[in-house]
Design a protein around this ligand. Structure first.
Ligand SMILES: C[S@@+](CC[C@H](N)C(=O)[O-])C[C@H]1O[C@@H](n2cnc3c(N)ncnc32)[C@H](O)[C@@H]1O
Length: 257
């Protein structure tokens, strides 16, 4: 099955417009408030990072942080207080993360962030009930990127999304261990694959029943609800996205089944 056949099954008559909007360039917005130097990113990403609701003084984990656009948004809202851990397993991407944080943040804010290199899917083995909030912006199919690269498009097959969904579930389950009772995880992807979005949230709700709830974020000006979250798709959102977002709230007290 080809890339287009696979997604046409999911989006039906909408696929024509959606695929055309995915092939176009994403419009970028300027992030400058609170930064030492302006950073350009998709406006949808700014809203996603803001939906985490990070507050000054909190302990925050950005589990898949590089290159760091969303880390900047979180860092600004924390006003150099509390602690922010920006993690990424890839050393090349971590080098970019270092550059982005060094270039765009003032020294005080930069010093409040630690950069780590752990596997986000194993986090819960080492730290449990530690973070007020976790941003989980997982590696995903990134169809916009695939469509813009003939090499990636030729290599694509449906098992790629299935494999990623398994990894994404492991990361969501690990984040659920690491966040404090009553804490919040913001799960996001830049994928349009249902398997990697609501599919992962559904599996979490079943396999971790009684331990969490999943809801859409509030206050996003564009996009549409899905079964468990919210999706911003470029055909109907002025070219922004794709971006899927869901808020996972860890139960204050775990209910026994
Ligand atoms: C969607 S990107 C993150 C984008 C970033 N949040 C931003 O806004 O700039 C996903 C990141 O996850 C990282 N990653 C992949 N597997 C990982 C793992 N097992 N643990 C931690 N990070 C991982 C990748 O290196 C990649 O940088």
């Amino acid at each position: 099955m080809t890339f287009h056949q696979w997604y046409e099954q999911q989006y039906r008559e909408r696929w024509k417009d959606l695929s055309a909007s995915l092939a176009a360039e994403v419009p970028l917005t300027e992030l400058s408030n609170g930064l030492a130097k302006t950073y350009h990113l998709d406006e949808a990403s700014v809203y996603a990072a803001s939906a985490l609701g990070a507050l000054p003084g909190e302990r925050i984990l950005d589990a898949c942080a590089a290159p760091g656009g969303k880390t900047l948004v979180i860092a600004v809202s924390m006003q150099g207080t509390g602690s922010l851990t920006a993690n990424d397993r890839s050393s090349a991407r971590r080098a970019r993360l270092h550059r982005v944080l060094n270039e765009h943040l003032d020294e005080h804010t930069r010093n409040s962030i630690s950069i780590t290199s752990h596997d986000a899917s194993r986090w819960g083995l080492y730290e449990q009930n530690e973070y007020d909030r976790i941003l989980l912006d997982v590696p995903c199919s990134s169809e916009r990127h695939v469509m813009q690269s003939p090499k990636e498009l030729a290599r694509w097959n449906p098992s790629r999304s299935r494999r990623l969904a398994v990894q994404q579930f492991a990361m969501a389950a690990a984040a659920l261990e690491a966040v404090k009772p009553g804490g919040r995880i913001l799960y996001s992807t830049c994928s349009i694959s249902e398997l990697e979005n609501d599919g992962v949230m559904e599996k979490l709700l079943v396999r971790r029943a009684g331990r969490c709830s999943v809801t859409p974020p509030e206050g996003i000006p564009w996009g549409e609800p899905t079964r468990h979250g919210w999706i911003i798709l470029p055909d109907r959102c002025g070219g922004r996205g794709p971006l899927y977002i869901a808020v996972i709230s860890k139960a204050k007290q775990e209910q026994s089944l």
